[in-house]
Design a protein around this ligand. Sequence first.
Ligand code: GLC
Length: 803
Amino acid sequence: MKYGYFDDKEREYVIDHPDTPSPWVNYLGSPEYGAIISNNAGGYSFARSGANGRILRYIFNQFDQPGRYIYIRDNASGDYWSASWQPVGKELGQYQSKCCHGMGYTRMLADYSGIHSEADYYVPLGKSYEVWALTVTNRSDRVRDLTLTGYAEFTNHSNYEQDQVNLQYSLFITRTLFEKNRIIQQIHGNLDALREDEEVDDKKVTERFFALAGGEVSSYCGDKDAFLGKYHGYGNPQGVISGDLGNITSYNENSCGALSYKVTLDPGESRTVLFLLGMKSSAEAAAITDSYTDPAGQVRQEINALKADWYAKLDHLKINTPDHAFNTMINTWNAYNCFITFVWSRAASFVYCGLRNGYGYRDTVQDIQGIIHLAPEMACEKIRFMLSAQVDNGGGLPLVKFTHNPGHEDTPDDASYVQETGHPAYRADDALWLFPTVYKYIAETGNTAFLDEVIPFANKGEGTVYEHLKRAVQFSFDHLGPHGLPAGLYADWNDCLRLGAEGESSFVALQFYYAMTILKKFAVYKQDSGYVRYLEEKQEETGQKIQKLCWDNDRFIRGYTEKGERIGAAADPEANLWLNPQSWAVISGLASREQADAALENVYQRLNTAYGAVLMDPPYHEHAFDGALAVIYNQGTKENSGIFSQSQGWLILAEALSGHGNRAFGYFTENAPAAQNDRAEIRRLEPYCYGQFTEGPASSHFGRSHVHWLTGTASTVMVGCVEGILGLRPDLEGIRIAPAVPESWDSFEIDKDFRGKHLHIRVENPDHRESGCRSMSLNGKELPDNYIPEGLLKEENEILLTL
Ligand code: GLC
């Protein structure tokens, strides 16, 4: 079953069946002003923080309500509907609609009773308010008299939780007023007698507005209950039914902004009006509203500006392969997903309400990887930030507060940090994620000078980037477990695996091994030869230990608990094969060819399903060890044998690095949202964005996916596809091109910007291979292999690779 399709030219996903299995959403705005909108206009808005800047209310775990509702009423018949299918929800036979989610905007088209409507929702580039632009056209053959009503449900408090739970307080600080063509909501309005620089108990007046531009308001309402009417809902508000909002404001009632506008349209005639919303003072709101003197024209310009801004980022990598799902994910949707996750971390979706008070270290450092090939400078800013959240002992702060103040932060060694963040200790893996991320950035840009940039540590002191990385490695050496592998500390990547402070995770050990490979490259570049020798020795030692302690015949085990129990060995009754140690043994370069083949084959035979590979098998139930927290989840769910989507990216990469194009691409396809577009009733999530996990075969809802948008999957799969399947592998001096693709592909093309130059790569596959290089030429000249030193590149480059 499908509910929509990809319009690749417009970079839109078009939903033509609005009764989707779950709300399918889009993100509007920027870090200054964020908005989430579903295909039925459900969603919320916030200034800066989803938790503390919440402007529009949204009820989680409920129907997809409320939202940015626009009602259309036919004043002759009294019939009414909405510009999005819901909330009025007219009979789908009579009501035709399309919802086009694009890059930074969402457009709702509807046709009902001879009236065509188009509602464009967006946040103008660089602005911190939102626009709902409505154009109605009379497509009937008679004159039509309509009332158009916009409805915005304000929170009574900018803190999401206070609005929801502390009603004895939040209801009595809110009120609305009407001024000219706008509703102004005031929170703590009674503090309006204070001077600009004064506050009472940290509080002063906060104003939000909901305004109409392009016409005169015919009636208004600032009180939610009065607008809806007793025992009415969003689908049949009294104010819309009656055609008159009664000119009511609110005082100690749930506030809202509702504005009506009356229009008479001749056959064929159109009218555009704008509803504007934001957290602004009344004077600023007036200026914004007055700035829309040519609504239709300005809306077109503003949407074009958004598109141009997005396209400029996304166009740095364009592919044309025989597979539509792959093309649309890499060119548009996975890339867009990476940026959204990069910006909002885990702070605002229909699952995350924003209450987490900071950035997770590992999550954020991983998220950066997804955009490096498209926006390296943006990535670099965040890398700097994350390096400044590294403690001077080399460990990462598990949670980096939104108020992070480099050089002055407490650490997990301080009771105050633990109390404030709820993170009791360092995690073994956090700072190790820096290695692939920093390496990818330097390799993409060639900016080796970054290694010498001085960046503060979180608590005190400063050091060059190179020094930061050295300390990260030292941190692991300073925290070794009884077998000499990095100790578990609080946890590794898997939040549900508590091996104990002295436990040892094979995943972390492999990350550590890999970190040394990368640091060695930097040390060679820095001609730090003593340190190169030190790392060589240490890495060799670590590698031998991993081999001796973690290889179990045809798999790498998951690690050792503090008590010395082996986890993930073949003989264990549950969880005896784990996905991540197998893929990371390959990614880290530790596994021998034989081990890689055996481990990956084992994964394919035992863990693979039609929707990707499960995280481990069998699920925990009766034999969970003390730290096997995954047992708290239903079987086949999340870390308890769910198909954890993030891990699919590493599996794709591992298979591709092994030259197994068929398998790498197979894993991509199984879990790719776009490849499941016609099975949307099973996957349920948006077919254009990743989710955190898919339920595994142990669940009765095998194939159903959850936790949309904000997930590390966006970046790991992007890396798996770009470095793995497409084989674009820059290093310090140039770029290797080593695709691993389905043998059925005849050819494909890649356009890539690289260090200010443009590469047009054509890959031909006459012998139907999965990988390898028979020949490669650059601008007509044969190269010895598939590597291009940067020095050979011109402004424009034609590259031909034959597999
Ligand atoms: C979630 C967490 C991430 C963790 C993963 C696996 O995605 O955000 O930090 O690594 O689960 O447990």
